[in-house]
Design a protein around this ligand. Sequence first.
Ligand code: NDP
Ligand code: 8X3
Length: 251
Amino acid sequence: MSNTVLITGASSGFGEACARLYASKGHPLVLLARRGDRLQQLSDELSPLVNVHILVADVTKTEALLEALQSIPDAFLPVNILINNAGLALGLDKAQDAEWQDWQIMVDTNITGLLAITHHLLPAMVASNSGHVINIASTAASWPYPGGNTYGASKAFVQQFSRGLRADLLGTRVRVSTLSPGMAETDFSKVRFHGDESKAAAVYANAKALSAEDIADIVYWITSVPPHVNVNELEVMPVDQAWGPLAVHRH
Ligand code: NDP
Ligand code: 8X3
C-alpha cells in the first residue's frame, strides 16, 4: 500500500501542486488548510485517483489543530510523509516600521504551527520506524534582505529545527529534509502585500520565477531517493535570481 502524505497549506501554491503530484503517484492524501472550499474542490478533483481526507484547520490555533489531527481516520494512518508547507510572509517593511501583528502571525504560522504538527505526528513515525518530514523553509533562511526580518528568521528556525530533528532521530529510519526555495510565483506575494495584486505582480515582472510544479517535483524527488539516503537541505532558485552585493551606507 502507498504511503499516506499529509500536506499543510494544500489549498494553494506549493501544497496544492504537491497534492496533485502525489495523487498522480497513487498516495492517499490528508490535505490541511483554512480555506475549506478550496480543499474540497481539490479533493473532488483528486478523489477519482486516491483517497483524500481534508482537514480544515488553522495551524496557529493549536488546540483546534490537534483536535483536527486526532480526527484523521484510521484508513489514513500512519502518516508516512509530512510536508510542512503552510506558511506566509506578511509585509516587506523595515523592522522599525513593521506591524507587530504581522510578526506575530508569521511566528505563529511558520514556527508554532509547524512545531505543533511535527510534535503530534513524529512519535508514530518513530514507533513505526519509518517516515519522512519535509520542511519548507526559504532562501530567506540563509540570505537576509531588507524587509525580510521576521520572515527570514522564522525560516531560519525551520532550517535549524530540521537539523535538530535529524540529530534526535539518528538510529531510526525517519528522514527529515529542508527545501529552501527562492522566488516562486504563487499567491505568496499577494498574501505578503495584504492582497495588493499590482505589488504582487511586480515581484514576478520580466523574470521567470520558479513554479509551484517545479517545487512539487523537487519535493517528490526528495521523498523518492532510496530509503538509506537523507537529503538534508536543498536550496533552489530560478536562473533569473542570485545574490546581490553587501550593502554599504555612504556618508
Ligand atoms: P501560497 O500563499 O500560495 O500558499 C500558502 C499556503 O499556506 C496556503 O495553502 C494557505 O492556506 C496555507 N496557510 C497559510 N496560513 C495558514 C494557517 N494559519 N493555517 C493553515 N494553513 C495556512 O504560498 P506558497 O505556496 O508559495 O507558500 C508555501 C510555503 O512556501 C510557505 O511556507 C512559504 O513561506 C514558502 N516559500 C514560498 C516561496 C515563494 O516564493 N512562493 C519561496 C520560499 C518559500 P489557507 O490560506 O487556505 O489557510
Ligand atoms: C520566499 C522567497 O525571497 O520572498 O520565501 O523571501 S523571498
